[in-house]
Design a protein around this ligand. Sequence first.
Ligand SMILES: *Cc1c(COP(=O)(O)O)cnc(C)c1O
Length: 382
Amino acid sequence: MSNDRIFLSRPHMGGSEQLYINDAFKKNWIAPLGDNVNNFEKKMRSYTGAKSTLALSSGTAAIHLALIESDVKQNDVVFCSSLTFCATANPILYLQARPVFIDSELDTWNMCPRALEKALQQYTAIGQKPKAIIVVNLYGQTAQFDKIIALCNEYNVTLIEDAAESLGSSFRGEMSGTIGDFGIFSFNGNKIITTSGGGMLLSHNTNAIKHALFLATQARDDASHYQHSELGFNYRLSNICAGIGLGQLEVLEKRVKQRRTIFDRYEQALQSTKVKFQIELNNTVSNRWLTAFVLTNKDNTITPMTIIKKLAEHDIEARRVWKPMHMQPLYSDYDYVSVDIDNAKAIFERGVCLPSSSDLTKAQQDKVIEILKDVVETYKNN
Ligand SMILES: *Cc1c(COP(=O)(O)O)cnc(C)c1O
């Protein structure tokens, strides 16, 4: 890999990660438990305000456990944002439950409350009320939780907040990850902070998290021998990785500021063009994990691939927006609920994610902007 390559979103160490790793070596806690794991969970509780936190090996594992703690079983219905990464939906299939995908709204790109209401009415009418709803906060922007929570309360359904991309964001002053009954984070290498791979489950329900810990450590019954009454998993975070997380937490607020500054620069530079950036909803703060926009030209003279290919020629990584789950071959047998047109598909077909690493230099960003302007201004003129 060349050093000049500009990545979409790469790890950005704060400097003290190695100290926490050294501490684990000194104490010989090279295990999926130890001080780093405990302190990482504790610091995440104070940062987010969640009553209970559980450090896990991935965000996907956290979603899997959140579904189990929501009592999702075989053939149960689970509603899920369609416009997302597959890791949001796959754990529904791990449990042999049935996903029903919900369309996006055009401003936040997240689950459309009107489509959610329609799906709740439809599925309640046939006696298949969902056990849980997984709502994703795409690229850092939270969904319209006031409306979504009102619907969850009205229908008495568990809300799981997939905050994998929105650590550090907030909704009406509440930290993302703590808004639903369960929240999950990912610390994968591309996220706003990383443990080189890891995740977290959060809840105000301490008993549920206690049981999730039991399941994440192979469901060992309280006995003097190895005894198991429930199906468990090996899902705990390593004490080494948690050390990286502790170092990263020290710079999280800084990373949010850096990503937001990157977004602002892109938006300023491209404001005279016709691209439309993902909005920041009133009363919310987005961590702007990735800067993303949609092209608004009606013809096909410029497509997301025109931009992505042009940037790739200069060794710059840009990506398409997630391909919606209801368009994936894996999920073609499952239902999709939308109120009018297919917004998720429209965003996918016109959307681009730009290089947004927190260590992107101004000079690097200027280079990206110059190339972008060249492409989008041609379409402004036609
Ligand atoms: C990254 C991501 C996940 C999965 O997290 P892992 O830690 O990679 O398992 C889940 N949902 C969304 C929306 C993500 O972006």
